[in-house]
Design a protein around this ligand. Structure first.
Ligand SMILES: CC1=C(/C=C/C(C)=C/C=C/C(C)=C/C=O)C(C)(C)CCC1
Ligand SMILES: [Fe+2]
Length: 343
């Protein structure tokens, strides 16, 4: 079975709306670093802050409508209630885990994001770019691990001290000493072993894809994105790199996916009116984005060591993102199954 999607929307529109902005943004962000210009650390937090209202947080705020729409149904209150229950149970349990075992919760956050951002790119390659070289399940698993490893592993290899600082900021909201439990991850021998294993996976996955590709152009797109992001995450400090990637790569691609399961938004895209399609998304996402920000405010009062600086507020925001990402991954995995992304 092949992946199912709305081929009704032309490839050029899918490229322009979903894929090109991420390419342009990552090139624009990497350029100053190649030129040796440094960006003040305070400014590096800006994209993550912006992601709370633009694309980032909102991309998950349509989950309550997404499963029904993917199945070609109108979301009724039962469908919506099921997703709310999922968020309450899975997100609630994970929130409790942050209080009880923050270091373990952090490691789980990295692992879940690794999978989730990889799965997003698998969909984008197959359904948005029409790539045909990922023919077997092992290739798809390899691609998910490679794509998710770009934002989650490459920064650990290239900027271990930044990575440790952010990990410390998150864990310290709950227990300042607990970060010692993940000190092993920053050791040179561990990072070298991870780099070798990951490098081998990248080469193997791209090589098998090359051998199986009918359309070399689309394999080139995959290889170009992979190696381009590898350079991007190796050169741009991670808070900035991940902030931009989160909004304009992962979230934008997922928003495009949501537009393609919404009949009215799809019609707008067919009419080459992406603004009308995005306006529909904004309307759908606004209520739960606002509710999420209120919950984030509530979390401030619950953590043992509330934030007092921008990095600490961003850490609190990331903990909140972690909690909502776990149920979000369940929703996206159901969409994957319905759309045959892995099949
Ligand atoms: C900011 C940052 C990090 C983590 C970011 C994560 C894990 C973000 C996850 C966002 C999600 C899951 C969004 C939903 O789709 C690292 C890697 C510790 C390195 C230092 C900078
Ligand atoms: Fe997502």
């Amino acid at each position: 079975m092949g992946v199912s999607y709305r081929s009704a929307v032309e490839l050029s529109v899918r490229y322009r709306v979903a894929l090109a902005p991420g390419w342009v943004a990552s090139l624009a962000v990497v350029a100053p670093f190649l030129a040796g210009v440094s960006i003040p650390p305070a400014l590096q937090y800006a994209p993550l802050v912006v992601s709370a209202v633009l694309l980032g947080l909102p991309h998950g705020a349509v989950d309550h409508l997404a499963v029904a729409r993917t199945r070609g149904e109108r979301p009724d209150w039962r469908a919506i209630a099921r997703v709310f229950a999922l968020y309450g149970v899975v997100g609630g349990a994970y929130a409790v885990t942050w209080f009880l075992a923050p270091a373990a919760a952090f490691v789980l956050f990295i692992a879940v994001t690794w999978f989730h951002w990889g799965q997003g790119d698998l969909y984008a390659l197959r359904a948005l770019a029409d790539a045909d070289h990922l023919r077997s399940l092992p290739q798809r698993i390899g691609t998910v691990l490679v794509r998710g490893g770009l934002p989650m592993l490459v920064p650990l290899l290239a900027f271990p001290e930044w990575y440790r600082r952010v990990a410390t900021d998150l864990v310290s909201l709950f227990a300042p000493d607990a970060v010692a439990a993940i000190g092993w991850a920053f050791r040179a021998d561990v990072r070298t072993a991870l780099a070798l294993a990951y490098g081998a996976l990248v080469v193997a996955t791209l090589a098998v894809g090359f051998a199986r590709a009918d359309a070399r152009r689309l394999w080139l797109l995959d290889a170009g994105e992979t190696l381009g992001l590898l350079a991007y995450f190796a050169l741009v400090p991670p808070v900035l790199a991940i902030g931009v990637y989160f909004c304009l790569w992962h979230s934008l691609r997922h928003v495009a996916r949501l537009l393609l399961v919404d009949d009215d938004a799809t019609a707008a895209l067919q009419n080459r009116d992406p603004s009308a399609a995005l306006a529909r998304f904004a309307r759908d996402a606004a209520p739960l984005t606002a509710a999420s920000l209120a919950l984030l405010g509530g979390l401030y009062f619950l953590v043992p060591n509330p934030p007092g600086s921008v990095p600490e507020w961003v850490a609190l925001y990331l903990v909140f993102i972690a909690v909502v990402t776990l149920p979000h991954v369940v929703v996206v995995s159901i969409m994957d199954r319905e759309q045959g992304v892995w099949a």
